[in-house]
Design a protein around this ligand. Structure first.
Ligand SMILES: [Zn+2]
Length: 410
């Protein structure tokens, strides 16, 4: 197999990424036993705290093994010419570049999905089960995987096909058309996610009339938030963990509450969580996130267009016959340090937004019920109360609980 200098750069990127991430995990794990800040003393009782420490240690060990396994596998695949082999195989079946690319990605993704299955199974049915989170049945687990796979084939395959058609007809300018297509796709998914995607996996019902609904409506009216759609989703089908989220905009905007949230929180606490979500909308976070993701997509596609034509990028993953699909994989691997960087920036912005949404809830509703709901939710999910600041900086899209509580009480 032919190799070039980019091939070795990819190996270095993979190993360095693994080491950096494992080091952050290690730093975080070292702090599992640290004493709790006084604000958080009442989140867990002693037994539960022990249980949460154990849960984190279990996940830490699992992560070291599963990430290590996937690193070794990826490196072996590269070093022993796996991509070249798959490329040869698809070329023996078709000479047309689009079906070839679809088959190339199909084989690689199917392979990695099959190899990842035991890990996903273990996480759900051993770890989450042991700590009492898991409510997923084996048949739900299986049908989730199948539906997810079909969705990936349709959406991922469709986008890949579009990219290649643009590339064939417009050459290096394809990125502009690809950007427009992805932009429309992102907008479409944002608008219709709850209507089209969620029903494939969950049941959603409008929140029934009653005191909770009227409290929510009273609050929405007070802050001038037009709200017609409040839905309850059967999150309890999979997990005991609770959540609420906001989706869509304009007439399509809706708030979705997990049934687990409704069962675990008081009415005031639910309105406080909702006020936080309304804060995201009112402070234009939804729009900003959308614009930022459109801009980063455009930048990535533009840089892709500069490199996609170079045979070296295909050769970087050991594929000797240059092609769009091989260059796409090579590019994705070489670009991953930059996507990590944009991920860091997005997380940083997201943490700022969380404080702003908390402030909104504090100013338009009240701080104490939000504080108590955050504590309950952290307790329910056995979340880490003492994460390492470096770990937070890289991985957290939400500020740690203690910082949110301090901000709410300030
Ligand atoms: Zn939020």
């Amino acid at each position: 197999m032919e190799k070039n200098v980019l091939f070795y750069i990819i190996l270095i990127i993979l190993v360095v990424q693994y080491l950096v991430h494992q080091y952050l995990e290690y730093l975080n794990a070292k702090r599992f036993k640290s004493t709790l800040p006084p604000e958080l003393a009442d989140v867990f009782d002693e037994d539960e705290y022990q249980k949460s420490q154990q849960y984190k240690r279990t996940n830490y060990k699992f992560g070291v093994i599963s990430d290590g396994f996937s690193l070794v596998l990826t490196i072996c695949f590269l070093v022993f010419g796996g991509f070249e082999w798959v490329d040869h195989f698809t070329r023996s079946i078709t000479e047309d570049s689009i079906p070839m690319a679809l088959m190339f990605f199909g084989i690689i993704m199917l392979g990695s999905a099959i190899l990842g299955l035991p890990f996903s199974y273990y996480r759900t049915f051993v770890i989450e089960e042991e700590y009492g989170f898991n409510k997923t049945t084996k048949s739900t687990f299986l049908s989730d995987k199948i539906k997810g796979g079909i969705l990936t084939i349709i959406l991922g395959g469709g986008i890949l096909m579009l990219f290649m058609l643009f590339y064939k007809s417009t050459g290096p300018n394809f990125w502009i058309y690809a950007w427009i297509a992805v932009g429309i796709f992102i907008l479409f998914i944002n608008l219709f996610y709850s209507r089209l995607i969620v029903p494939l996996f969950n049941k959603q019902t409008p929140l029934e009339d009653g005191s909770l609904k009227s409290s929510i409506e009273n609050y929405a009216k007070k802050v001038g938030f037009e709200l017609q759609n409040i839905f309850v989703i059967d999150g309890s089908k999979r997990s005991t963990k609770a959540n609420a989220y906001f989706s869509g905009f304009g007439k399509e905007k809706r708030i979705t509450l997990f049934d687990t949230l409704i069962n675990d929180l008081s009415e005031d606490e639910i309105v406080a969580v909702l006020a936080h979500e309304v804060g995201h909308y009112k402070r234009k976070h939804i729009i900003v996130n959308l614009v930022v993701s459109l801009l980063t997509t455009g930048l990535t596609l533009f840089i892709l267009s500069l490199f996609i034509n170079h045979p070296e990028i295909s050769l970087a993953i050991g594929v000797s016959t240059p092609s769009f699909h091989a260059a796409l994989v090579g590019f994705a691997l070489l670009y991953s340090p930059i996507s990590e960087l944009t991920g860091l920036i997005m997380n940083y912005i997201s943490r700022k937004f969380e404080f702003q949404a908390d402030d909104f809830a504090k100013n338009t509703f009240a701080a104490p019920p939000l504080v108590s709901s955050l504590k309950k939710l952290s307790k329910k999910s056995l979340s880490n109360l003492t994460p390492h600041p470096a770990y937070v900086f890289v991985h957290y899209s939400h500020p740690p609980l203690v910082e949110r509580i301090r901000n709410l009480k300030a």
